[in-house]
Design a protein around this ligand. Structure first.
Ligand SMILES: [Zn+2]
Length: 410
């Protein structure tokens, strides 16, 4: 075998674990006793987990901070601030900033990644060109899917519809959308139809920003579920954000969640950004502004979590660590019992992998050897301390090694 990892524990039950890797695949899994490999790693009691999945990010505007401050802190001002600068964003600047973000993500164990690219009159297809260059640069070290994202809407601007088709022709993998950018629910329905036309023509998945607002009058999530069923696209459609459901009454939430489950939509909660941007206009008590994570999970919906933004006009923080995002989501969604902590730990792993429809994900024979050795003894330990990813492994190749060294002088 090319690589044998010893002295690890399982990510699911904490049992002792050894794994053997050959030609980029896991070929042997046992508690102990595997024959020696060409290279050996001592996990030193650390947890061996499949690598992390980042399902929702925006590479092109990561780390735009100086000169692009959002004074009100609202989503509306963030979009305005961004619109003012994206016309002239040099491609090498996109590549530079995105590279910093991706290296940080890989260092935290991320091996699958989705990035939304603004497609509109202002940016035309320039931002796509930047993202394509980034994807090519990182091809050997991370899988990146690009999502064509019409942030300013489609129905009011036929040129954007044309640009979206061109983006799919020129290398975007997934059709994005933002129905609540339209004037009303009728236009939102048209927006969703247009996106599905593109998805069907390209045999592509759909991944939309949905109801990122405190306004309970927006429930385009229901339209997305209905169109998914109509087109037979079950399991291939993702709804990110879904903030308005925090403001809906329970009857509406129950009705829509039922349709979301029927359509097998994947939901991505973006808790850090939603907690920061939503509910800003409320007097106390303030809405939390995040998707109803526990109700969705109880209905059988696949829920994962995403970073969305890194230190920019939308969000001032971020560390490209999906465990940090899951940790914040667990707080926002009141996930504190042991089984809820397990569910939160699975969000950037098995749940997000299901969102990507990865069929070779996991620590088992036959799975792709994209793994991480995490300095953690359990799910709660992993989320609470978010400690070193001692090894990040891609197709059996060790990409990153991390050991934090603390010197105690007492
Ligand atoms: Zn986003």
């Amino acid at each position: 075998m090319d690589l044998v990892i010893r002295n690890a524990i399982s990510d699911t039950d904490g049992a002792p674990l050894e794994v053997g890797i050959q030609d980029g695949r896991i070929v042997a899994v046992a508690p102990d006793g595997l024959p020696s490999g060409e290279r050996e790693i001592d996990a030193d009691g650390g947890m061996l987990s499949p690598a992390l999945v980042e399902p929702h990010f925006h590479l092109e505007n990561a780390l735009i901070w100086e000169g692009a401050l959002n004074h009100s802190g609202t989503l509306e001002e963030a979009i305005d601030v961004y619109a003012a600068i994206k016309r002239d964003m040099p491609i090498d600047d996109i590549v530079h900033r995105a590279s910093i973000a991706l290296r940080a993500a890989i260092g935290h164990g991320v091996q699958w990644f989705r990035s939304h690219i603004d497609i509109d009159q202002t940016g035309q297809l320039r931002l796509l060109q930047g993202n394509l260059a980034v994807r090519e640069r990182f091809r050997e070290v991370i899988d990146i899917q690009l999502i064509a994202f019409p942030q300013m809407g489609m129905t009011r601007d036929p040129e954007v519809i044309d640009l979206m088709w061109q983006a799919m022709d020129q290398g975007a993998d997934v059709v994005g959308g933002m129905p609540h950018a339209e004037r009303d629910m009728d236009d939102a329905a048209r927006h969703i139809e247009l996106a599905f036309d593109m998805a069907v023509a390209h045999d592509a998945d759909v991944d939309m920003h949905i109801d990122e607002t405190d306004d309970p009058a927006w429930y385009s999530l229901e339209l997305l579920a209905e169109e998914t069923i109509r087109r037979g696209w079950q399991g291939r459609v993702t709804a990110g954000h879904c903030c308005a459901m925090s403001a809906w009454d329970d009857a509406l939430a129950e009705r829509v969640i039922g349709k979301v489950a029927e359509a097998q939509l994947n939901v991505i909660t973006i808790a850090p950004i939603n907690l920061m941007l939503q509910g800003r206009g409320d007097k106390h008590p303030k809405r939390r502004g995040i998707a109803r994570v526990k109700e969705l999970m109880a209905a059988g919906v696949n829920v994962s979590c995403g970073q969305d933004d890194l230190q920019n006009m939308f969000y001032s923080y971020g560390n490209m660590d999906p465990l940090e995002v899951a940790f914040v989501a667990a707080h926002a969604a009141h996930m504190s019992a042991p089984h809820e902590i397990e569910a939160a730990f699975n969000m950037p792993r098995y749940n997000a992998a299901r969102n990507f429809r990865l069929d070779d994900y996991g620590v088992r024979a036959g799975a792709r050897a994209n793994l991480m050795v995490l300095d953690a003894a359990s799910a709660v330990d992993a989320l609470r301390r978010r400690s070193d990813r001692r090894y990040v492994i891609r197709d059996g190749r060790v990409l990153v090694e991390s050991r934090t060294q603390t010197k105690w002088n007492f």
